[in-house]
Design a protein. Structure first.
Lengths: 358, 158, 371
């Protein structure tokens, strides 16, 4: 059967036969880097187009339909526009930090890609502490936002950055707790093991109530962590014009923009991996025929299907809800999500100890 | 009790959010509700109402005749000085001098489409046209002469 | 890097919101003093879109000057024109035909609904929800189509002239208005589903932007913004003009005085407007639509004042006449100006995000404030 793992292992074999192991490794790294950058570009294009379509249909509009067939080239045209635009650096800005910030945002997004399993046996880095790595690296994101906000020498940017700092720091807690629920169930921080533990059913089904609650909390928390509406206080168009990236233009803005979408993809991929079984096909108990049919769908399609479903959910939030106020945002976290997720973790631990999950 | 109130609060909050999501979800899946008009493409099928105030025009009949007597009622009625009537004296067949328009200059760039000139006109010489694509690259193109070259006043209009 | 300018002596941040800012819906310039996210002071700076409409009107005749007022509060241009027509009719002692009176009131209420629809969408957008904006425009579009068919324009109609109407109503008018009412009634529940009932929205609106009835009166607030504080100020009830004394409708009053109260006043007012239209649309009397007036209108020497209830509040027109063809002095008492003056009192102590919500509930139209 066609799969990513076959392709990658055949490339690996061929390289090791033709070159010395050191060179083979270097070439493999270059290939992986190019693939990730390519994935970034395509994901950016696809997600921007998807967002615009989702927004348009929810707002009883048609959406992009002028550039290319059915508007498919719209985001390519946007990228071209951003590429040729001048990237201004304001006069009073801290030039080094100002220009450096978008790259940090991008680097963080790239680093986060490493432990994600895109398909069966197809992973850049099979890390034994994958979940921990993700939670650790994703908090670097806030540094780039704070940096951008501070270096812009703009009051709106500064306020956006400060809001974002408060927001990401607090929402990381409940995101962490909801991830921990699954870690408690599986007893592993390794993404591969977490996925394999879901062979007989996804955690959202077999984890009973705690898994569902932690899934809901996870979705809310990651929406906040990626600065998406209704938690887009760092940007808050109607309040802070564009928040932390008010002063950015051209490609520097595009990097922030792209990083936002990549982050959405990554958190949704993690959500899909933890709660919806990653690349595991959907299987029901002992319906053999049904399970076999599901197995024939390639694992990468399962993974991307689940991830895009979650992305759609997050977009759905954005185009339905109004924005929260900063104090309400923190209230929601500290008064509702955090206590609930702590209790939930306790419940999950009890379930895991008693072995009541399947 | 505190905990019951807390749970009720959470429940009603989530319910209100789901109601909103149901509404947007409905529109997401029901594309018949889309109301977008694809403007430059539907130009040929688009019908503007007959009263639409697009620009002032002077209708001419097939013999290149208009109804304007040059009374300047429109010029007086106009709040912004949009219309300028330039008159001349024609020599009629009986050898009499008769006042007629040389040019009726209309400044589209000043016009606010208030319709006051149309209702002021005693002989219905000017009407509002249903055009609306007025943008041009040169401002001078917005200054128009409404009567056709060599046009004459219709018989029987005083 | 920090510069001296931009902070007060106490170290509070001074931020210019506007004149170009997404939430001000025009060229309003607010200088706000912030302590963290908390607002200490709001200072509106006006004049960016001042077109000296009052002075312009002094050089226009009584037939001409009402078209300029369409450009004042462009969302209730019919009502502005109505006010101008009323004051000229008052000065000339002209009796307006009944048909014109009915049509004027129907158009006024349609304008009010259209204005409130736009406000609803724009306010939801201020709060970060983009979708309601487009949903509101769907209903508003059908009102604009009615206006386009009957009045010939969608926004600046100049259809109500001294003595009656410029043209008779379009033959389709009644049918289309009824169509609109049935469309509106089928969609009004969506507003509650999308915005009013939403927990985030309610938390954003309830308890913020409080203004007491006394303060509202002392600032001269009017319209839905003041009725949210329980001030009895509906000109249609207090000083009925047109045929408002013959129709049944309630003055919408809320007593909470916060942003949510002002929001609910407008939502309920739309329903009242629909009921007014329903009462009138089948009973438009036949007959003349324009009273006979002289070609050149001259108001007698003296002072005249009329007031109407626009979508934003009380619009007063004050004319000093010297008996000439043009007014000697004209003054518009615009509702937005007085309502904006209350913003400072409302906003002190609340968060920056709430300022946007308050500006939304005041329903500011900047050309109306500046004229």
């Amino acid at each position: 059967m066609w799969s990513f793992s076959n392709i990658s292992s055949s490339i690996h074999h061929w390289l090791n036969e033709s070159f010395s192991p050191t060179w083979a490794m270097i070439i493999e790294m270059v290939i992986a880097g190019v693939c990730i950058i390519g994935l970034f570009a395509t994901l950016g294009l696809v997600l921007v187009l998807m967002e615009r379509r989702v927004a348009a249909w929810m707002q009883i509009r048609l959406g992009p339909n002028r550039v290319g067939p059915k508007g498919l080239l719209q985001s390519a045209a946007d990228t071209l526009k951003l590429l040729v635009k001048e990237g201004l650096t304001p006069n009073g800005a801290d030039k080094f930090l100002f220009n450096f910030a978008p790259f940090i945002a991008m680097m963080v997004a790239m680093l986060l890609m490493a432990p994600i399993a895109f398909a069966k046996d197809f992973q850049l880095w099979d890390l034994n502490i994958g979940v921990l790595y993700i939670s650790a690296v994703s908090s670097i994101m806030v540094i780039s936002i704070l940096m951008a906000g501070w270096a812009s020498n703009n009051k709106y940017s500064l306020m956006g950055a400060m809001r974002s700092g408060a927001q990401i720091v607090s929402y990381e807690l409940s995101a962490g707790f909801s991830i921990l629920t699954i870690v408690v169930f599986t007893g592993s921080l390794n993404f591969n093991e977490i996925i394999l533990s879901q062979t007989n059913g996804w955690w959202i089904f077999k984890g009973h109530l705690p898994a569902i609650i932690s899934f809901v909390i996870f979705i809310i928390a990651v929406t906040a962590e990626t600065n998406r509406a209704p938690f887009d206080l760092a940007e808050a168009e109607s309040e802070l014009t564009a928040g932390f990236h008010t002063e950015y233009s051209g490609m520097k803005f595009a990097l922030f923009f792209l990083a936002e979408y990549i982050n959405v993809f990554i958190v949704c991929a993690i959500g899909a991996t933890l709660f919806l079984g990653g690349w595991m096909p959907f299987q029901i108990g002992n319906w053999q025929a049904f399970n076999h049919a599901m197995d024939y769908i390639p694992s990468s399609i399962w993974f991307f299907g689940k991830t895009f479903f979650l992305i759609f959910l997050i977009m759905w939030f954005r185009w339905t809800f109004p924005r929260l106020r900063i104090d309400q945002l923190l209230n929601l976290e500290w008064k509702y999500l955090l206590p609930i997720s702590m209790l939930n973790l306790l419940l999950a631990t009890a379930l895991a100890i008693l072995g009541w999950h399947f | 009790m505190f905990i019951v109130k807390y749970i009720k609060e959470v429940y009603s909050a989530i319910k209100s959010l789901l109601v909103g999501m149901k509404r947007t979800g409905y529109y997401f899946t029901h594309h018949k509700e889309i109301i977008t008009e694809e403007y430059p493409d539907n130009r040929h099928t688009m019908v503007l109402p007959d009263r639409f105030k697009g620009e002032v025009v002077m209708p001419h009949n097939e013999k290149n005749e208009h109804r304007c007597t040059g009374c300047t009622a429109c010029e007086l009625a106009c709040p912004n000085g949009t219309i300028k009537v330039i008159t001349k004296f024609d020599i009629t067949a009986e050898g009499k001098k008769k006042k007629a328009i040389d040019k009726l200059v209309y400044h589209l760039e000043l016009c606010t489409m208030c319709n006051l000139c149309i209702i002021a006109c005693p002989s219905d010489a000017i009407v509002m046209a249903q055009t609306f694509e007025h943008s041009v690259f040169d401002r001078s193109k917005l200054t128009k002469v409404l009567n056709n070259p060599d046009s004459k006043i219709m018989e029987g209009i005083e | 890097m920090t510069e001296e300018i931009g902070t007060t002596a106490d170290g509070d941040l001074i931020i210019n919101v506007g004149p170009q800012h997404p939430a001000t819906h025009g060229v309003l310039h607010l200088v706000i003093t912030l302590n963290g996210e908390t607002i200490k002071k709001v200072e509106p700076h006006l004049g960016y879109i001042h077109r000296s409409i009052e002075k312009m009107c002094e050089s226009l005749t009584y037939r001409q000057f009402s078209y300029v007022t369409s450009r004042m509060d462009y969302l209730s241009s019919h009502i502005n024109n109505h006010a101008c027509a009323l004051i000229v009719e008052k000065g000339l002692q002209v009796e307006v035909p009944a048909r014109a009176k009915y049509v004027r009131v129907i158009l006024d209420e349609l304008t009010r609904i259209a204005s409130h629809e736009l406000w609803w969408g724009a306010m939801a957008m201020d709060l970060g929800a983009f979708t309601p904006f487009f949903h509101a425009f769907r209903e508003r579009e059908s009102i604009n189509d009615i206006m386009e068919e009957t009045c010939g324009a969608r926004l600046t109609m100049n259809y109500i002239v001294p003595g009656g109407l410029m043209q008779d109503i379009h033959p389709n008018f009644q049918k289309r208005v009824k169509d609109f009412i049935s469309l509106y009634k089928s969609k009004i529940d969506e507003y509650d589903e999308l915005v009013t009932g939403n927990i985030i929205f309610q938390n954003r609106m309830k308890g913020v932007g409080f203004i007491s009835a006394e303060d509202a009166i002392s600032f001269g607030m009017s319209g839905p913004a003041a009725r949210g504080s329980g001030v009895n100020c509906d000109i249609r009830k207090l000083y009925p003009y047109g045929i408002y004394n013959q129709v049944q409708f309630d003055q919408v009053l809320e007593t909470a005085g916060d942003s949510f109260a002002r929001y609910m006043v407008r939502i309920r007012e739309m329903k009242q407007s629909v009921s007014i239209i329903e009462q009138l649309i089948d009973n438009i009397p036949e007959g003349e639509f324009l009273a006979k007036t002289k070609v050149v209108l001259k108001l007698p020497k003296g002072e005249f004042y009329t007031r109407v209830e626009t979508a934003r509040g009380e619009l007063g027109v004050y004319i000093v006449s010297e008996g000439a063809t043009t007014p000697y002095r004209i003054k518009f008492r615009s509702p937005g100006f007085s309502n904006l003056s209350a913003l400072d009192t409302m906003a002190r102590g609340s968060k920056l995000g709430d300022l946007v919500a308050m500006m939304g509930t005041l329903d500011l139209v900047i050309p109306d404030i500046d004229r």
